[in-house]
Design a protein around this ligand. Structure first.
Ligand code: ADP
Ligand code: ASP
Ligand code: MG
Length: 409
C-alpha cells in the first residue's frame, strides 16, 4: 500500500464529465489499495474569469481581497469531486487550504508555503477517506486567505506530497509529459522521459507552464519525484528527478517561451551611482519581481535602462517608475506589453560554445529582431516582439534538431 498524491489541473476538471473521469481515476487508485490525496485546480478558465472580475471592479484591487476572490474557483471543484466520489460509494472529504491548514507567508497573490499540518489528513486517511484538497491557496498567520501565484496548484501538490512523505506525486494535466517545447506549438515536439530538477527549474522559470517553478523548487528541496502525466490516457509521462549519469546529456534539451512579461524602459537617466538602487528598491518594496535588466553604455553622462516585469505587475510597476522619473532625473518612461521571451535550455550547454550565436543567426534568418538578451550557463533568452513567438519557437526547435521525427518535417 502506498500513499499517492495526485493533482488534476484545470482542463482535467473543466466540466462535470471531466470531474467524473477524474473521480474514476482516483477511485481506481484507491481500489488498488492506496491511500489517496487529491489536489485540484479550478475549472479551466475560471481563475481567469475571477481575475477579470477583480479588474472590472477597480484597477488596483486590494491584494487581500484579490486573493479572497481568485481562490474561490478551487472551492467548487473540491466539493464537486468529493460529491462525485461519494455518489460512487467512496468516503471522501474536501478541504480548503486554510482548513488543513496550509500555512503561507503574507505575500498575497504570490505567497510561499511555510508548512502544512498533516494531522487531519492522516486521521481521515486512517478512517478510509479519500482526501480532496484545494490547490493554489493557503492562509497566513493572521488567518487571511492567500494564493500561491498562477499555476500554484502544482506547488500545493508537491508541498502536500513532501509534508506527507508520499510515495508517489503525480501531476495530471492535458498533455502526457514534459516535451522539448510546447506540443501545442510544435507538433513533432518530443516527450522527455526523465528530466533533472535543474533543467526543469530552468524550463519552468522561462515559461514552460507545464509545472509552476515553485513546485520544482519544492520537489528538489525535499527530493519529491514528480510524475507528469495526462488525465486523458494511461501513457507513462515524464519523471522530474535528481540528475543521474544515465540521463541523456543533449546540448539543448528544450525551447521555451513566455508571453507573461512586459518591458519598461527608463530613458536618459543621469549615469551616476545609486540610480539603479533608487529605481529598483521601490519595486522590490512593492513585491514586484524584476526579471531581465539591461543598462546601455553611457552617452554624455546619460544612460537608458530597460527591464521586464510580470504583465500582472506591469501597471503597478509603470506607475511606480513614472512617479520616480522626476526624482532620478529620467527624461521618459516607456512601457511595452507586446513582448515575448524565447529561450533555449540545456545542461549540455555548460561545456559548449557557439549555441548562443546559432540561436541569434536562426532568429536573424527569419527577420526576428532581438530586443534583449540574457544568458546563464544553461540557457540563452531573447526578448522579441510577441507576434513572432510561435515562429521563433518553431525555427529554434528545428535548428537544434529537437523534433521526434526529423524526416517528417
Ligand atoms: P493544468 O491546468 O493541468 O495545470 P497547464 O495549462 O498549466 O495545465 O499546463 C499544461 C500546458 O503546458 C500544456 O497544455 C502545454 O500547452 C503547456 N506547455 C508549455 N510548455 C510545455 C512543455 N515543454 N511540455 C509540455 N507542455 C508544455
Ligand atoms: N487555478 C489556478 C490558476 O489558474 C491555479 C492552478 O491552476 O494551478 O492559476
Ligand atoms: Mg498548471
Amino acid at each position: 500500500m502506498a500513499l499517492v498524491v495526485q493533482k488534476y489541473g484545470g482542463t482535467s476538471v473543466g466540466s462535470v464529465e471531466r470531474i467524473k473521469n477524474v473521480a474514476r481515476r482516483v477511485a481506481k487508485t484507491y481500489d488498488e489499495g492506496n491511500d489517496v490525496v487529491v489536489i485540484v485546480s479550478a475549472m479551466a478558465g475560471e481563475t481567469n474569469r475571477l481575475v477579470a472580475l477583480t479588474q472590472e471592479v477597480c484597477e488596483f484591487p486590494s491584494e487581500r481581497e484579490y486573493d479572497v476572490v481568485v481562490s474561490t474557483g478551487e472551492q467548487v471543484t473540491i466539493g464537486l469531486l468529493s460529491m462525485c466520489l461519494q455518489s460512487m460509494g467512496y468516503k471522501a472529504k474536501s478541504y480548503l487550504g486554510p482548513q488543513i491548514p496550509v500555512m503561507t507567508d503574507n505575500a498575497f497573490s504570490k505567497a510561499r508555503i511555510k508548512s502544512i499540518d498533516d494531522k487531519k489528513v492522516r486521521e481521515d486517511l486512517k478512517n478510509g477517506n479519500i482526501i480532496v484538497v484545494a490547490g493554489f491557496q493557503g492562509t497566513d498567520l493572521d488567518g487571511n486567505i492567500t494564493t500561491l501565484g498562477r499555476g500554484g496548484s502544482d506547488t500545493s501538490a508537491v508541498a502536500v506530497a513532501a509534508a506527507l512523505k508520499a510515495d508517489v506525486c503525480e501531476i495530471y494535466t492535458d498533455v502526457d509529459g514534459v516535451y522539448t517545447t510546447d506540443p501545442r506549438i510544435v507538433e513533432n515536439a518530443s516527450k522527455i522521459e526523465r528530466v533533472s530538477y535543474d533543467e526543469m527549474l530552468e524550463m519552468a522559470s522561462l515559461g514552460a507552464k507545464i509545472l509552476q517553478i515553485r513546485s520544482v523548487e519544492f520537489a528538489k528541496k525535499y527530493g519529491v519525484v514528480i510524475h507528469v502525466r495526462s488525465s486523458f490516457n494511461d501513457n507513462p509521462g515524464t519523471l522530474v528527478m535528481k540528475e543521474d549519469s544515465e540521463m541523456e546529456t543533449v546540448l539543448v534539451s528544450g525551447v521555451t517561451y513566455n508571453k507573461d512579461e512586459a518591458k519598461i524602459s527608463v530613458l536618459r537617466v543621469p549615469d551616476k551611482p545609486g540610480i539603479a538602487s533608487k529605481l529598483f528598491a521601490p519595486l522590490t518594496d512593492a513585491n514586484i519581481t524584476v526579471d531581465m535588466i539591461i543598462q546601455n553604455v553611457s552617452n554624455e553622462g546619460y544612460t537608458d535602462m530597460t527591464f521586464t516585469v510580470l504583465k500582472s505587475d506591469f501597471k503597478k510597476a509603470l506607475k511606480i517608475v513614472e512617479e520616480l522619473a522626476g526624482e532620478i532625473g529620467a527624461e521618459k518612461v516607456q512601457g511595452d506589453e507586446n513582448i515575448a521571451k524565447v529561450s533555449i535550455v540545456g545542461v549540455g550547454m555548460r561545456s559548449h560554445s557557439g549555441i548562443a550565436s546559432k540561436m541569434f543567426t536562426t532568429l536573424a534568418e527569419e527577420g526576428v529582431n532581438i530586443e534583449m538578451i540574457s544568458t546563464s550557463e544553461i540557457k540563452v533568452s531573447c526578448v522579441i516582439d510577441s507576434k513572432y513567438t510561435e515562429l521563433a519557437v518553431r525555427v529554434l526547435h528545428d535548428a537544434f534538431e529537437l523534433g521526434s521525427d526529423p524526416e517528417a518535417e
